[in-house]
Design a protein around this ligand. Structure first.
Ligand code: SF4
Ligand code: SF4
Length: 716
């Protein structure tokens, strides 16, 4: 071999990789700071489980997951082999000594054959099976070919080496005894002349190492940079709920001395994103798993997080010069400060950031507002890339700094401001749904000992006629369990969850402050609600505003009291299919409680969607989409209803007032409301109470009040 040759090849490969990688990584140093090294133990665990063992990928897609894990682990194991080959460049007879060398030779052959099998499946999947999410990609083909070349040339190198040198060197002979694949190839070369063996030996060596270092140089230029960045990205992951909205310091924003050059509310340009956002877009493998159950992708809207990552990645690289230039620029010294005794100059106007805005040139307005914040994309991403915080930052900037948002949101924001609810209906009507039910009101802290739990009804369940039925059914259930409960009645106000998801953090914080103060003032300690959006906000977001309560979703409450033997249900419902609300399942991990309740009242085995549980598709109402027209592609609620009807249910059960409206609306659109019932779990349970006889009300034409007043009110 040639020590000079291997030295030059190594230097060129490493220098090329370092230079190209730094060209990308240097851009991250110009993005916003963020601390990502707390809880190192949990971070290392994630690297081990989802990085080295690839658990997330294998769980969601076993065949493709195992394939990727084999290639990845093979790659890792073969790094040692490449070290051996580099040493051979300086000292040809080099082998790892003793039994370890033999064991390594056998393992190496086994790994290479496994990687070749995985590569064959990768080619088959990408070019024959072609799942919808995989788009045509020349880089992927190049990388598959390069890895295949590396595997074949390594096996061939062993074959030539054993045939040529094993008779002269005891170490190589020992390695040959274990390297079963190389030995088999060597046996096929038995009749070759020493000159032909030597040529094959050198050719396979140099072709392999040139391919290895070419691969290294290509890595930072495309999506396969993730081979270098995926493990660091996993270590630096957020590790908090996907839909946690980045906080905005309103006091700082409103301060008289706020400096517009440094004030940052949400994100306008790529400079406003964090370095982790940048690392994520460079790490995206473009596998497209985030699209599998993404409602916007599946209904033909211009949004999938893979596309967003791709656009941002190209934008970051294109804006390299502007991003690396000093910012904010140094102001020239004012005339009055130059020592000539002149009067002080007026402060210069803040310089305009030369970076283009992201919304418009990089991410379309339609894409920004299409997202339902269902969180599937984050849950499905095998390397835990973070998408939703970025989207929230873009919406915050659009709404709070630029005042640009879909026109349908204007009356909704105004309704919140004037009536504390997005329906714009009078505050005094908030408890009209309970007028004839004689439900106790919690109006004073002195009553805290009188009640076990506060039933927080929420705006959707208070004002929407469909939601009101759910509230009334749940009151029946609460009474059947002997629970001492109360509502806030007319004094209740909205949690502001939708306002926050729509980017109106100022409005959200006003609503949050008022509600937290009220609940704390009443000394509430336990809350139950039928609305998973309210549940998420009360349980996960209000602690940051001083709220500390034990919160249960009504399905959790019912499952618990069933377990305690405090509720008896008659079995009667048949062919019940449960739709998982994103804000209960994906965002709060609760998949079992609703299923336990349905199992307790069903007369046959409950049905499941094809996209169910962690893979469930959103109904289309989250992320403030409830209030927006849907003008692009198929309507999400209609697709979800079609998915339901494919299972031939008698009842589509929901556990969220928004889902109830969306699925009910889907049944109407598809003219199936006369055959299939849509019921909340509270309604199913109320129908299964012994007094009610356990009979699910039959499907029939929609009642006048179950039209879609929610949307009508929003669009009025
Ligand atoms: S949060 Fe849901 S709707 Fe939004 S991009 Fe992700 S998967 Fe699609
Ligand atoms: S964001 Fe994650 S799931 Fe989506 S394409 Fe990138 S790596 Fe794959």
């Amino acid at each position: 071999m040639s020590p000079i040759g291997i030295t030059l090849l190594m230097l060129a490969g490493l220098a090329g990789f370092a230079w190209l990688a730094w060209r990308k990584l240097a851009l991250l140093t110009r993005l916003q700071p963020e601390v990502r090294w707390d809880h190192p133990g949990q971070r290392l665990r994630s690297v081990l489980v989802n990085g080295f063992l690839q658990r997330r990928m294998i769980r969601r897609e076993p065949a493709a997951g195992v394939m990727h894990a084999v290639i990845f682990l093979g790659f890792m194991a073969l790094l040692l082999r490449k070290l051996q080959l580099i040493v051979i460049g300086y000292h040809e007879p080099f082998t790892f000594p003793g039994l370890a060398g033999g064991a390594f030779a056998a393992l190496k052959d086994a790994v290479e054959l496994a990687v070749l099998a995985a590569l064959a499946y990768a080619f088959l999947r990408r070019y024959v099976l072609r799942p919808r999410r995989l788009e045509r990609n020349r880089e992927a083909l190049l990388v598959l070919v390069l890895i295949t070349v590396i595997m074949f040339t390594d096996l061939a190198f062993d074959g030539f080496r054993f045939a040529l040198l094993a008779g002269h060197d005891a170490g190589i002979a020992h390695e040959r005894d274990f390297a079963f694949a190389g030995q088999a190839i060597a046996a096929q070369l038995a009749g070759w002349s020493p000159a032909a063996l030597g040529a094959g030996y050198h050719a396979s060596y140099w072709l392999q190492l040139i391919t290895v270092f070419a691969f290294l140089v290509i890595l930072p230029t495309g999506e396969h940079f993730h081979i270098a960045t995926a493990l660091p990205a996993l270590f630096l992951r957020r590790g908090r709920p996907a839909n946690e909205v980045p906080a905005v310091d309103l006091e700082k924003m409103m301060a008289d001395d706020a400096d517009p050059a440094t004030l940052r509310v949400g994100a306008r340009t790529v400079r406003d994103l964090s370095w982790k956002d940048g690392l994520d877009v460079f790490t995206c493998t473009e596998c497209g798993r985030c699209k599998d159950a993404c409602p916007t992708f599946l209904t033909g809207k211009p949004l999938s997080m893979k596309w967003v990552n791709d656009s941002l990645k190209h934008h970051l690289v294109e804006q390299r010069e502007r991003l690396l230039a000093p910012w904010p620029p140094q102001a020239p010294a004012a005339a009055g400060q130059e020592g000539h005794g002149g009067s002080a100059a007026a402060p210069a106007a803040p310089a305009e950031d030369p970076l283009p805005a992201l919304i418009g040139p990089v991410i379309s307005e339609d894409a920004l507002w299409a997202c339902t914040t269902c969180g599937y994309c984050e849950a499905a991403c095998p390397i835990e890339l973070e998408h939703l915080p970025r989207l929230f930052k873009l919406r915050q900037q659009r709404v709070m700094m630029e005042g640009v948002f879909p026109h349908e949101l204007k009356p909704v924001f105004e309704a919140w401001e004037s009536q504390n609810n997005p329906w714009g209906l009078p505050q005094q009507q908030r408890a009209d749904w309970a007028r004839d039910l004689d439900v106790p009101r919690w109006t004073d802290a002195a009553q805290a000992a009188d009640f076990d739990v506060l039933f927080y009804v929420g705006s959707a369940t208070s004002y929407d006629p469909r939601g009101q039925k759910i509230a009334r059914a749940f009151v029946q259930v609460l009474r059947a369990t002997g629970t001492r409960f109360a509502i806030l009645g007319e004094a209740e106000s909205s949690t502001g969850e939708c306002a926050r998801r729509a980017g109106n953090e100022m409005l959200f914080q006003q609503l949050a402050g008022a509600l937290v103060e009220k609940l704390n003032g009443l000394e509430v300690t336990r809350i139950v609600t039928c609305d998973p959006h309210a549940y998420n906000t009360l349980a996960n977001e209000y602690p940051a505003f001083g709220g500390r309560w034990q919160v249960e979703h009504h399905t959790q409450f019912i499952a618990r009291v069933l377990g305690e033997g405090r509720l008896q249900l008659a079995r009667g419902a048949r062919r019940v299919l449960f739709h998982d609300p994103c804000y209960l399942g994906r965002h709060n991990g609760e998949y079992e409680a609703p299923r336990r309740v349905i199992a307790a009242l069903a007369a046959d085995t409950p049905l499941e969607f094809e996209l169910a549980g962690p893979k469930a598709m959103c109904c289309g109402a989250g992320g403030a989409r409830m209030w927006l027209e849907e003008t692009i592609g198929q309507r999400i609620n209609v697709l979800r209803t079609e998915q339901a009807l494919a299972r031939q249910p008698a009842v589509i059960a929901t556990a969220c007032p928004y889902c109830a409206v969306m699925i009910g609306d889907g049944l109407k659109t598809l003219a199936r409301e006369g055959e299939v019932r849509q019921l909340d779990i509270a309604e199913l349970v109320a129908a299964a109470l012994p007094d009610a006889g356990g009979h699910v009300p039959p499907a029939g034409p929609p009642a006048a009040d179950s039209a879609d007043p929610t949307r009508e009110a929003a669009h009025a």
